[in-house]
Design a protein around this ligand. Structure first.
Ligand code: NDP
Length: 449
């Protein structure tokens, strides 16, 4: 008889946890997975997937205006139904949630619909009062939005609630200037809201290439999105008419209908019980792990956002896969964190892989930078004065492409393919040796000067 109830107990059915559970079960392990909310996690339920669908929905605002230049008669006032978009998006979320659930079931993974906490190195306490044992435990509980602890913060929402709004707010203030802030600024702006983005520093999207993020800032401002920089959040006051008065340092207060916090995400480790297995959290509340995602407790691993390595779904999935293959598949695998492409689904979107120009200069000394600054053909005919910018950063000695960054229509779609070349270590010459595919925006990749 087996000594433990399960070979593997996974806490959290998000991207990392589901992949690890499914693949471990496929390798023959007896697996249970606990989820306190809905199978799918942040990405599927309240992140990447519904966000991208809202981005598509919002983009029609521009597309419909542009369509007139392409000969279509589009009424001045096109009717838009937020409840219809919202409900269709939420229905798609339900569908994917169902697909994830059936994948787990078809792999004989037991789904436990409760919160689970760690009671010991091999013990998990379930919210229904049961304690179960497992030879190995995988923590994949993700992260949640950080909300600054200012007076009146309870009047604000986070991206979690944004998908369920009754209506598009007339005026929204978004706190933060990272991924979520810029993506939702684009969505709400296209859907007709007056958007103000405030940030404690004077940069948006810190970590992204300077020229690319400057271009996004310039385009966003031209569209009418307002920015307030060096603005430390001081508080929110709810007024008699229901409006929210937001105070901040260095700027006059702003009155809006909705405040959304997009000020980073914190690991979901509160009350998780990791101390019961002798695990100490780091200063950000994340679970420290080694290259194999193993914690300091030898029967416990952790993957995804709870480890605060790279907060991206495909990375969590790879970590979950590597864990399962290493521990149950007899195939030791480690995640390669080099050259991870990422995108911001702003309007227009931006995407990048590898080093930014300033990073490359610091690390390599000698670098060569090539750019292409152009107006997409479609924008020209539409009379849309919005320029795309592609930037390639190369090692000055070898010519190897060490970074590629872009902003413009479909940038994430184009970057994913180009990232293969960057990951493969190709040089600028290899790009130049490739004949342009004309007319396309992607051809600029092989025409950069
Ligand atoms: P980001 O880390 O991207 O941005 C956080 C923003 O909030 C920054 O502008 C930062 O300012 C500011 N900020 C941070 N802490 C505080 C604080 N205590 N008080 C006030 N402002 C603060 O976080 P997001 O919330 O936008 O997204 C979280 C993560 O989720 C991202 O890092 C990303 O990994 C992932 N994500 C990925 C997406 C994608 O791949 N397309 C989409 C959405 C999220 P400053 O930098 O100026 O200090």
């Amino acid at each position: 008889m087996a000594e433990y109830d399960y070979d593997l107990f996974v806490i959290g059915a998000g991207s990392g946890g589901v992949r690890a559970a499914r693949v471990s079960a496929a390798h023959g392990a007896r697996v249970a997975i606990a989820e306190e909310y809905r199978v799918g996690g942040t990405c599927v339920i309240r992140g990447c997937v519904p966000k991208k669908l809202l981005v598509y929905g919002a983009h029609f605002a521009e597309d419909l205006r542009d369509a007139r230049h392409f000969g279509w008669d589009v009424p001045e006032q096109c009717a838009f139904s937020w409840p219809r978009l919202r409900d269709n998006v939420l229905a798609e979320v339900d569908r994917i949630n169902g697909a994830y659930t059936s994948t787990l079931e078809s792999h004989s993974v037991e789904i436990i619909p409760h919160r689970a906490t760690i009671a010991g190195p091999n013990e998990v306490l379930l919210a229904d009062g049961r304690t179960v044992t497992a030879e190995r435990i995988l923590v994949a509980v993700g992260a949640r939005p950080h909300v600054p602890s200012c007076p009146g913060h309870e009047h604000g929402i986070t991206s979690n609630e944004a998908f369920h709004l009754e209506a598009v707010p007339k005026r929204i203030l978004i706190a933060g200037a990272g991924y979520i802030a810029n993506e939702f600024a684009g969505i709400f702006h296209q859907l007709g809201a007056h958007v103000t983005l405030i940030n404690r520093t004077d940069v948006i999207l810190r970590g992204y290439d300077e020229s690319i993020r400057d271009r996004l800032l310039q385009i966003s401002m031209t569209k009418g999105i307002e920015f307030r920089f060096n603005a430390e959040f001081a508080g929110i006051e709810k007024q008699d008419d229901g409006c929210l008065k937001v105070s901040m340092s260095n700027h006059e207060p702003i009155t809006v209908d909705c405040v959304m916090f997009a000020t980073g995400r914190v690991p979901n480790t509160e009350g998780l019980g990791v101390e019961n297995a002798g695990i100490q959290l780091d200063e950000k509340g994340a679970i420290p792990v080694d290259e194999d995602s193993r914690t300091t407790c030898e029967s416990i691993w952790a993957v995804g956002d709870v480890t605060n390595r790279v907060q991206l779904t495909p990375v969590a999935i790879r970590e979950g896969q590597a864990f399962a293959d290493t521990v149950f598949g007899g195939k030791p695998t480690r995640v390669d964190y080099g050259c991870i492409p990422s995108a911001v689904f702003s309007h227009p979107p931006m995407a990048g892989v590898g080093m930014t120009e300033s990073e490359a200069k610091t690390k390599l000394g000698s670098v060569k930078v090539y750019t292409s600054d152009f107006r997409a053909m479609k924008n020209v005919l539409a009379g849309r004065n919005e320029r795309a910018l592609y930037k390639m950063i190369c090692d000055g000695d070898s010519g190897r492409v060490v970074g590629l960054h872009m902003i413009g229509p479909d940038a994430p779609e184009i970057l994913q393919a180009a990232a293969i070349a960057v990951k493969a270590g190709l040089t600028k010459d290899a790009f130049d040796a490739t004949v342009a595919l004309h007319p396309s925006m992607a051809e600029e990749l092989v025409l950069m000067r």
